[in-house]
Design a protein around this ligand. Structure first.
Ligand SMILES: [Zn+2]
Length: 271
């Protein structure tokens, strides 16, 4: 999957492939200029946007893997934000805290169950309450496993409901994190700084903020959506209301951000 970049020397559009680091060292196809594009975007955002694009393009089944991966990477982002936020309140400097965090994460990096355990404790320590959403129903686990591990062919409506569930959960946790998210973003800025320091002379550096489903929320530009009133019925009514709210939230984000994602994918109109 790739995205458009613009050569800072001759303005030609060169496409770059999404990479894990968010750092792209590029050479212009037309003028040969060397430039480095640094994309201020977290892995979970890239994955969720890829899932959204797949869904918009009619690849419902393929979208599920991206949404599921987005949730896992968001949990990592959350753990990193909480760990760095706590260290910021102590005498430990950022570099030392980040090195300790990276070293710790290596012990859990290859097993998602261990990562889930890290997330569970991080949530308890920060919020002082049980992460009640960590149930198969709250995470859409059965649906995810049916599609990813058992080859089930989901309907578009089922995938939209799953996307809405993941979107609403990440959106809620980002809201709870608030400014705490900045601590994990600072780690990305530091990786950028280290890369810049090692660049040879004559390379132009370009910072980019890509549009995305969550970026809009973090900067507060998504139209607020009132929570539904408490239902009069029993537990079943509450579950249906929660689902309706998630789907309305996701549809709203899609309506406001979807066209930008589509434009972003095709790149600027013209040759
Ligand atoms: Zn150029």
């Amino acid at each position: 999957m790739d995205f458009p970049t613009v050569c800072p020397t001759c303005a030609r559009e060169n496409r770059a492939e999404f990479a894990d680091s968010s750092i792209y060292d590029l050479t212009c196809d037309r003028c040969g200029a060397h430039y480095c594009v640094l994309v201020r975007k977290q892995k979970f955002e890239v994955l969720f946007d890829l899932g959204t694009r797949a869904l918009m393009d009619g690849y419902a089944r393929e979208a599920v893997a991206s949404f599921a991966a987005a949730l896992e990477r968001f949990m990592e982002f959350y753990v990193r934000a909480v760990a760095l936020e706590r260290a910021a309140g102590t005498d430990t400097d950022f570099g030392t805290a980040l090195a300790a965090l990276d070293g710790t994460w290596r012990h859990v990096a290859s097993q998602s169950e261990r990562q889930l355990g890290m997330f569970t404790l991080a949530y308890l320590l920060r919020e002082g309450r049980e992460p009640e959403f960590l149930t198969p129903k709250g995470l859409g686990t059965d649906f995810r496993n049916r599609v990813i591990h058992r080859g089930s062919l989901p309907t578009r409506a089922e995938v939209e409901a799953y996307a809405a569930l993941i979107f609403a959960l990440i959106d809620r946790l980002l809201s709870e994190l608030g400014t705490g998210a900045a601590h994990a973003e600072l780690a990305q800025e530091q990786a950028f700084a280290a890369h810049l320091a090692a660049l040879p002379d004559g390379v132009t550096v370009v910072f980019e903020e890509h549009p995305g489903m969550f970026r809009a929320r973090r900067f507060g530009t998504l139209t607020p959506l009132p929570k539904p009133a408490k239902p009069a019925g029993g537990a079943g009514a509450r579950v249906n209301d929660a689902r309706a709210f998630q789907e309305a939230l996701f549809r709203r984000a899609l309506a406001e951000r979807g066209p930008q994602l589509a434009h972003f994918k095709r790149g600027p109109v013209g040759p």
